[in-house]
Write a protein of this length. Sequence first.
Length: 132
Amino acid sequence: MFPALFAAVALAAAAPAQPTSSAVKFDQTITGQPVILPQGPVAVEVRVSEFPAGFKGPVHKQPYARYAYILSGRLRVHYEDGGVTKEFGQGEAMIEGIDQWHWVEPVGSEGVKVLVIDQTPPGAANVVIRRP
């Protein structure tokens, strides 16, 4: 009986690790808008943005959906329309509001690192900064 148990334990220990994944699905932005993609061909930009502690981003908007995943730290997003303010921490994802003025700032003393994905028509920018 015990040799079979030891053999089963040895096989389990020798088995290769299996990949894991987790997913989140969205059909709305963080302000409740439906997610609408550009029509026709798109350019996809993937980047990591870092915001140091004490940073306050300029007031800006995205004309197209922007996907964000918090890699480290905590990010606060402030929207002027409706006064919506939301916070996101490490491991959380979001889709920013489309065509709505907002700004971002890290929460706490460590800064924030964010994986950002934009899909825009080729040659189009996905950030419009409000000028005073």
